[in-house]
Design a protein around this ligand. Structure first.
Ligand SMILES: NC(=O)c1ccc[n+]([C@@H]2O[C@H](COP(=O)([O-])OP(=O)(O)OC[C@H]3O[C@@H](n4cnc5c(N)ncnc54)[C@H](OP(=O)(O)O)[C@@H]3O)[C@@H](O)[C@H]2O)c1
Length: 236
């Protein structure tokens, strides 16, 4: 007999929330709660009653509502996976709540496995050019016209990877918001002699949604705060 589905709460029911709902059964989840801008103003929907029996929650909402939702979900002791970007200035507040309540959180600017492998490729490229002053670095990202934050959370994570790899010179950053692009990120190095580009292009949102469901499954067995790029290659 197959094991019963894990009970999943969705915080945010936009493009990503709806796709997570569609893919949830194939990943062994049953969506039992959906919070949106109507039933969750100022996190009013994050109550003990609404979350009774919920095993894990996934947040794909808006940058300015993430922290309050996450603090309240931590108070309920429900593990949480956050895919929303643009809220990391609130990370320490959220971390304190997770630790105070012995709860669990995984967050990631990008839940696609391909992008998380791409972070490593970018780090290797940055390391190779760190000691080559004839080369200037540039970062370009493009997303659909509805995306609220710019540069993208993934672009900021890529810049961190470049810095951590020892590339200390300026990186010129360009962003584009138009059309329907699910996400393009490119790091390049240019000199008088040549140009080197490494890029990732998302074909659709499926990789983000299935990565979020894998992150949700993993965080159910954990405690504390984890960044997805540090754990993605340990998931089932
Ligand atoms: N980590 C990843 O892999 C990944 C991948 C794709 C996207 N993202 C990020 O995920 C987030 C969501 O993306 P999306 O394309 O799904 O955006 P979206 O379609 O705009 O969905 C966000 C939803 O959250 C709703 N919302 C507003 N206030 C809320 C509240 N208090 N509680 C709960 N929900 C509320 C919004 O409602 P209204 O629009 O009516 O206000 C909207 O339906 C963005 O930050 C995006 O950058 C991350």
């Amino acid at each position: 007999m197959s094991s019963p589905a894990n009970r999943l709460a969705l915080v945010g029911y936009g493009r990503m929330g709806r796709l997570v709902e569609e893919l949830a059964p194939a990943h062994g989840f049953e969506v039992v709660l959906k919070l949106d801008e109507f039933n969750n103003q100022e996190a009013a929907g994050v109550t003990r009653e609404n979350f009774a029996g919920v095993d894990v929650a996934i947040d794909f909402s808006m940058p300015d509502v993430v922290a309050e939702n996450a603090v309240r979900i931590a108070e309920l002791g429900v593990p949480l996976a956050i895919g929303t970007t643009g809220w990391l200035d609130q990370l320490e507040r959220v971390r304190a709540a997770v630790e105070r309540h012995d709860a669990a959180l995984v967050y990631g600017a990008n839940f696609s496995i391909g992008v998380n492998a791409f972070y490593r490729i970018v780090a290797a490229a940055a390391q190779a050019f760190a000691g080559q002053p004839d080369y200037d670095a540039f970062l370009y990202e493009a997303h659909h016209k509805y995306k609220k934050d710019a540069p993208s959370g993934t672009a900021l994570r890529l810049l961190d990877a470049v810095r951590e790899a020892g590339y200390a010179r300026p990186v010129d950053v360009a962003t584009q918001r138009s059309g329907q692009f699910p996400g393009i990120h490119e790091l390049g190095f240019d000199s008088a002699a040549d140009t080197i580009r490494v890029s990732h292009t998302a074909r659709n949102r499926v990789g983000f949604a299935s990565g979020a469901l894998k992150a949700a499954r993993w965080i159910m067995g954990q405690r504390g705060v984890h960044e997805f790029s540090q754990v993605w290659d340990r998931l089932d």
